[in-house]
Design a protein around this ligand. Structure first.
Ligand code: HEM
Length: 511
């Protein structure tokens, strides 16, 4: 009576085992072919006996807490080579600072790697439909919301807005005493970017007029970013910590921005009803349009627009503030560079506020920014996860001369901190701040990736440089010297972006 049941069960087990065996064999043969085709060998492995990756977690956490994570990254590349394998818990991870591998992941084999796997859980609570939480078609859709807007920098760069923020900023810089510029830069950029993104400034530079709602927005945003950075480093361990306050902060930010979106839609509908729009109205007041208004010209999808705006508040604030802080940290320690930059600004722009055109003439400023982001990249490392079996072109074998097979689901962590400091790419003085090296230097093949590269290159790159240039030019026009007032060394503080734990303590000497 049971025989047919046993037979059916046996057949099912046999069928399952066979299917598994065939599929494993196919995967094995495909991987073997890929290995042959790209001449892949095993790379050097960090602590091969650490099969559960527990030692790796312990040492990484220890270095993070001791504020030596970046020195540790440099040491590991020196010890194991520009590409090596490691293990974090059960996942195999490859670390690389080899420019060939970085280009490969970001550009040549872009489609083989996903970005959201490592960070969707960080961004989803604050921007579930934002670009950082997505890959594939979702990412394409999110990117298309901004694409035309960011490619027209002349249209979107509002010098009036930059000047207003600079005026508020400069009032907070005391004369004749030391000041930490780092928190001031954060406020400056938060105010400017919020005005740019949604037409509303949280007034962090003007606490006397700041409303309760705006204060809550600024605090919630800062808090949310801090927790996102913390959880990014903790990985799965973050599940042991409460995220209640984080969710509340995300809700505050989303709620604030959503209100602005809804008000703008309502005002458009009201305007449409009362004064029908003429065909040639399109360019009216073009420069003062916020990003939100520009996006709303193409879609009325409230959630999508809200997340697109919040994304900019996250992506565009700490990063630019980090670049400005680093620049002034270095300028305060390199008087020659400050003097040369000041002279070039006075020669090309004079003492008047710069325009879109004059900003771009200060070539040396671009070299200073390039060099500041080379030495202290705002995004010192980044990661991708293979969505298919693929490979890296170099790093295999002890001498790194052959390719490396990357299996679906394995992770590649690439480090601009490593590639930007490589003496192979930047010479024996790679650790020095020397903006002149950028005269005639072509960075494409050198693994210089402050803004990443390939299809997912930073959308706000040009905007960020204009914004930082405006602030820098105005500051340098106003102050003849920046004097270092800190004896402590630069010490890493790794948040969503890199900064100096000790800030930028200087004295600004008026012209
Ligand atoms: C110095 C300042 C900045 C630096 C160093 C920087 C760096 C980066 C990097 C490295 C990425 C790539 C992330 C990845 O692929 O994993 C990125 C992406 C992005 N950045 Fe920036 N960024 C800066 C400023 C800005 C600004 C001002 C904005 C907007 C106003 C912005 C908007 C974006 C957006 C929307 C993306 C996502 C692109 C995508 O995934 O397709 N960034 N940025």
């Amino acid at each position: 009576m049971y025989t047919p049941l046993y037979l059916a069960l046996l057949t099912a087990i046999l069928h399952y085992t066979l299917t598994l065996a065939i599929s494993s064999y196919r995967t094995y043969s495909k991987r073997a072919a890929l290995k042959r085709e790209h001449n892949c060998s095993a790379p050097t492995t960090e602590n091969p006996w650490d099969i559960l990756g527990l030692i790796k977690i312990y040492t990484s956490t220890k270095h993070l807490l001791n504020e030596t994570a970046l020195t540790n990254i440099s040491d590991l590349f020196t010890r194991y080579g520009d590409t090596y394998a490691s293990r974090i818990l059960t996942q195999r991870v490859y670390f690389t600072c080899d420019p060939r591998n970085i280009r490969h992941v970001l550009i040549n084999r872009f489609a083989d790697f996903d970005a959201s796997d490592v960070r969707a859980h960080l961004f989803a609570p604050i921007t579930p439909r934002g670009i950082f939480a997505l890959d594939g078609d979702g990412w394409k859709g999110a990117r298309s919301l901004y694409a035309d807007i960011f490619s027209a920098t002349r249209k979107i760069f509002d010098v009036g807005l930059q000047e207003d923020a600079f005026s508020a900023f400069v009032k907070l810089v005391p004369r004749g005493q030391a000041v930490d510029l780092q928190p001031l830069f954060l406020k400056l950029i938060l105010d400017v970017n919020s005005s740019f993104a949604m037409g509303v400034s949280p007034d962090t530079l003007r606490p006397d007029v700041q409303s309760k709602e705006k204060k809550e927005l600024a605090e919630s945003l800062m808090y949310a970013k801090r927790i996102m950075a913390r959880d990014g480093f903790l990985g799965p361990l973050h599940y042991f910590l409460s995220r209640k306050e984080f969710y509340t902060a995300c809700q505050n930010v989303r709620g604030f921005v959503e209100d602005v979106v809804r008000k703008e839609i309502a005002s458009r509908e009201h305007e449409k009803r009362s004064t029908p729009k003429k065909e040639d109205d399109d360019d009216d007041d073009d420069r003062s349009q916020s990003l939100l208004q520009r996006i709303l010209d193409n879609t009325n999808d409230i959630d999508g627009v809200r997340d697109a705006v919040v994304t900019i508040l996250i992506a565009g604030t700490d990063s630019v503030a980090s670049m400005l802080s680093t620049t002034f940290f270095l300028l305060a320690r390199h008087e020659r560079v400050y003097n040369r930059l000041r002279q070039e600004i006075l020669d090309t722009v004079g003492t008047e506020p710069p325009t879109y055109e004059t900003i771009r003439k200060v070539t040396y400023l671009r070299h200073v920014f390039n060099e500041a982001m080379r030495v202290y990249p705002p995004v010192p490392f980044n990661a991708r996860t293979a969505n298919t079996d693929t490979y890296l072109p170099s790093g295999g074998r002890a001498d790194g001369s052959s390719g490396v097979l990357i299996r679906k689901g394995e992770r590649v962590i690439f480090s601009s901190w490593g590639s930007h400091r490589s003496s192979r790419s930047f010479g024996d003085d790679a650790l020095e701040f020397r903006p002149e090296r950028w005269e005639g230097l072509k960075s494409e093949a050198l693994g210089y990736i402050p803004f990443s590269g390939g299809p997912r290159v930073c959308l706000g790159q040009q905007y960020a440089l204009l914004e930082a240039s405006y602030a820098t030019i105005r500051i340098i026009q106003t102050f003849a010297r920046v004097e270092n007032r800190d004896v402590r060394p630069w010490t890493e503080k790794i948040g969503l972006n890199l900064s100096n734990k000790n800030g930028v303590l200087v004295e600004m000497v008026p012209a």
